[in-house]
Write a protein that binds this ligand. Structure first.
Ligand SMILES: Cc1ncc(C[n+]2csc(CCOP(=O)(O)OP(=O)(O)O)c2C)c(N)n1
Length: 279
């Protein structure tokens, strides 16, 4: 449980991350708005409430690790890392340029990024290895991995799921950003994977469902997962792709769409309205 003040603060951070997203995407260039915005509250909770993570101790062996398996949502992680002080705001302006630090997918040369991701399906395997290593080192660190719902069609991910259960890894919490839309349409129309909860529990995982845009719900789920012994946990986050941008919500066109000047202005206005409500 957190105080109302802390909850408000985390809501404001999630909003700031969405402002940062807009700044990075800009006008006339493709950028992954949809699957980044659906993660804003989760990123706020992880980096600003739950994770043992500090920009001053990026190599602390006891730090919690986050693997963004759906690496195309890098911009929301960059926003969070920037707000944590891992690099300057100038880097946000140089994103995806050859002379910049921040590339289109996460890379370990970026302060705070733990794994190279972008080829879907690989991040959970990396996280399982990290979690095993932490256990061998008797480290208190927890490993978090974030997957997409479209990503669930990747076979490697299910090998990792079996391995995590086989090795009884309980210092690993995975998330599924269940925003129901992938790159070109509804996930159920492109590669339908019904009963995700039953599939994961069938693979030996503790399964928790949460509202991915509700700070309390996310925190509650993370705390419950941390108490489970002898098996890994997966939190299925009910989210909206493109959350907070009316034109993008549930709209695959903004998976990696380009803003016109008009749409960009509208997006800013919509965030300003949320800001007015929060203050
Ligand atoms: C192995 C692999 N195949 C295809 C892609 C291209 N791709 C990038 S994002 C995406 C859709 C992912 O959908 P989902 O996991 O639901 O992500 P979200 O909607 O949350 O952004 C695809 C197919 C990729 N990055 N990696």
């Amino acid at each position: 449980m957190i105080t109302q003040d802390k909850k408000k603060e985390l809501g404001k951070i999630a909003l700031q991350l969405r402002y940062d997203l807009l700044e990075m995407i800009g006008v006339g260039v493709a950028g992954h708005l949809g699957g980044s915005s659906s993660l804003a509250e989760l990123m706020a909770v992880l980096y600003f409430n739950k994770m043992n993570f500090s920009a001053d101790h990026l190599k602390d062996p006891a730090r919690d690790r986050l693997v963004l398996s759906k690496g195309h949502a890098a911009l929301i992680q960059y926003a969070a890392l920037c707000e944590k002080g891992c690099f300057s705001r100038e880097e946000l302006k140089r994103v995806k340029s050859l002379h910049g630090l921040l590339q289109g997918h996460p890379d370990c040369s970026i302060p705070g990024v733990e794994a190279v991701t972008g080829s879907l399906g690989q991040g959970l395997s990396i996280a399982v290895g990290m979690a095993l290593a932490q256990r061998l080192d008797k480290s208190p660190a927890r490993v978090y991995a974030i997957m997409g719902d479209g990503e669930q069609s990747e076979g490697q991910l299910w090998e990792a799921a079996m391995a995590a259960a086989n090795f009884k890894i309980d210092n690993l919490t995975a998330f599924i950003d269940w925003n129901k839309v992938q790159a070109t349409g509804a996930t159920k129309d492109i590669f339908n994977i019904p009963d995700l909860d039953k599939k994961w529990s069938g693979f030996g995982w503790n399964v928790i469902s949460a509202n991915g845009h509700d700070i309390d719900s996310i925190i509650d789920a993370i705390e419950k997962a941390a108490t489970v012994k002898g098996r890994p946990s997966v939190i299925i986050l009910d989210t909206i792709k493109g959350k907070s941008f009316s034109f993008a919500e549930g709209n695959p066109a903004y998976h990696n769409g380009i803003f016109t000047k008009e749409v960009y202005q509208q997006a800013l206005k919509e965030l300003d309205l949320i800001k007015a409500r929060l203050s």
